[in-house]
Design a protein around this ligand. Structure first.
Ligand code: FEO
Length: 162
């Protein structure tokens, strides 16, 4: 049976993961509207990954005899000035999520919840990848600047994400 502090914190994190999904879905819609279908595809998959993160936590809580409590998901922004701004925000968002995951690990240790600590190790590694992916795209967009051809090449490339 999971302790109350860990249970509440993981229920909060389910909400944070679902907000991430909502944020990336809004970004995908923005790209799709702007005819950058490759960028939109990349963000669509990112939104799905976030749903899967929330689901992993949901299953973990149920397996530990905890009650899943779903809370309201805040509305994400709908407008951005440029693809660079979108990816800078997405990178900053992932850095924030990394901080949240690290706090959960700290709590699991403080509570001597070994199962939660092992479970969260997957998310610690996942965040390294999430940050690296967003940061790489930010740096490429900085190289591309306002060159349409470069942007379209990136769009084709991101559209290949499986
Ligand atoms: Fe669920 Fe992008 O971290």
């Amino acid at each position: 049976m999971i302790g109350k502090k860990m249970l509440d914190a993981l229920n909060e994190q389910i909400n944070a993961e679902l907000y991430s999904a909502y944020l990336y879905q809004a970004m995908a819609a923005h790209f799709a509207t702007g005819n950058l279908k490759g960028f939109a595809h990349w963000m669509d998959l990112q939104a799905k990954e976030e749903q899967a993160h929330a689901r992993k936590m949901y299953e973990f809580l149920l397996d530990r005899g905890g009650r899943v409590t779903l809370k309201a998901i805040a509305a994400p922004p709908a407008e951005w000035k440029s693809p660079l701004q979108i990816f800078e925000e997405s990178y900053a968002h992932e850095q924030k999520v990394t901080g949240l995951i690290h706090k959960l690990v700290d709590l699991a240790r403080a509570e001597n919840d070994h199962a939660a600590e092992v479970f969260l190790a997957w998310f610690v590694s996942e965040q390294v990848e999430e940050e690296a992916n967003a940061s790489e795209i930010v740096e490429k967009l900085k190289m591309v600047k306002d060159h349409t051809q470069g942007l379209l090449m990136m769009d084709a490339n991101l559209g290949q994400r499986a």
